[in-house]
Design a protein around this ligand. Structure first.
Ligand SMILES: *Cc1c(COP(=O)(O)O)cnc(C)c1O
Length: 375
């Protein structure tokens, strides 16, 4: 049998028009801070998020950190988050000098379990960082009711959720502080980058200062520094990519949804019973289908499964390893058994290929390979 071409778990779609726009930026001589492309990208993102203020940055990690700073989170404060995320989600809590507190996840949605969040709240809790895993939104009604009840700030890690919605409203268009990532694997990307949706002009001004050394300027030569900022500004080159991606966002997400539907149709209703594997929540309304996950049955190790798929020339990811079991977190007292749902899911979860340039035939190939590898 001839080997089919390697199928990665994700790949960005970049059109020639975007490549030409990037070349034009390079020729223009204005490559970095706050040029016309960054301003246009921020204006479009703001419009996309219901007119709320949006500022861009060079990652979806610094956006989370800056959101915590805007929320006034620091030493002595506790922030509740999920152990099932990219490690950045928890690292930023340590970065601002606060204490990460984890709450276990829901076994079906793989999002943070809001009852567990409620149980973890103490007088020192200042904020919650929920993650919309794979673009499947958390229960926003329950989340914001909880935040209101205990006067907590919410920093939504919406890194994966551009184009997702809750009850007909886009993620980012409502709520408190909302952070998106444009890292290359995300539904739209700028190679590296991110943006933060804030509540008002004051928070936007803080965001601008934090992203560039805390600097504020006035007149021709007026300059002051009043907060400890960093070096987090988005480049014009990245913004040019982002503008090209924005034009395709609805199309990309529609293609992802179509492929996700085809995954479910091809796996069939008996797949879970037959194999013991678990499919994701079949949300065809609110998710942006950032990733398509399955949880493997305990009888096969993830490494074995990944190797079998690799032998069939299919690349998989695993999103994610449980954060609290990393050495740096174990050193802070976290250990096995504390969050059993996340531990099981994070040990057995694999990410199947899903990206806009895939075809239905690719989906069928992955499903056949998955069935064969589980047999
Ligand atoms: C990608 C991602 C981040 C980090 O974004 P970067 O742009 O890579 O810094 C944070 N949280 C989640 C859930 C992500 O998927």
């Amino acid at each position: 049998m001839t080997k089919l071409a390697f199928l990665p778990f994700t790949k960005p779609t970049i059109d020639e028009a975007t490549i030409n726009d990037v070349a034009a930026v390079l020729r223009s001589g204005w490559l970095t801070s706050n040029g016309p492309k960054v301003q246009a990208f921020e204006a479009q993102l703001s419009q996309y998020c219901g007119g709320r203020p949006v500022r861009t940055f060079n990652s979806g990690t610094c956006t989370l950190e800056i959101a915590l700073r805007i929320a006034g989170v620091g030493p002595g404060d506790e922030v509740i988050t999920t152990p099932n995320s990219w490690v950045a989600t928890a690292n930023v809590i340590l970065e601002v000098g606060a204490t990460p507190v984890f709450a276990d996840i829901d076994p079906r949605t793989h999002n943070i379990d809001l009852d567990q969040v409620a149980a973890a709240i103490t007088p020192r809790t200042k904020a919650i960082i929920p993650v919309h895993m794979c673009g499947l939104p958390c229960d926003m009604d329950k989340l914001y009711a909880l935040a209101k009840k205990y006067s907590l700030r919410v920093v939504e890690d919406a890194a994966q959720a551009i184009g997702s919605s809750w009850a007909g409203k886009r993620i980012g268009a409502f709520g408190d502080l909302v952070s998106f990532s444009f890292q290359v694997n995300k539904n739209i990307m700028t190679a590296e980058g991110g943006c933060l949706v804030v509540n008002n002009a004051d928070e936007a001004a803080y965001a601008e200062r934090y992203r560039l050394q805390g600097v504020s300027r006035s007149g021709l030569d007026g300059i002051d520094v009043d907060v400890m900022g960093g070096k987090y500004n988005m480049t014009e080159i990245a913004a040019a990519i982002g503008l090209g991606q924005m034009l395709r966002l609805e199309e990309f997400n529609a293609q992802r949804l179509m492929l996700a539907r085809h995954y479910f149709a091809t796996f069939g209703t008996q797949f879970e019973n037959q194999t013991g594997a678990e499919l994701p929540v079949a949300d065809f309304e609110q998710s942006n289908w950032h990733m398509f996950h399955i949880v493997l049955p305990a009888r096969i190790t993830r490494a074995t499964f990944m190797q079998k798929m690799l032998d069939l020339n299919i690349g998989l990811g695993f999103h994610y390893a449980a954060i609290h079991l990393f050495t740096m977190y174990r050193k802070r007292g976290f250990k096995e058994g504390m969050f059993p749902v996340a531990e099981r899911v994070c040990r057995q979860i694999v990410t199947l290929p899903l990206f806009p340039a895939m075809s239905n035939a690719d989906v069928e190939r992955v499903v056949a390979a998955t069935r064969a590898s589980l047999a």
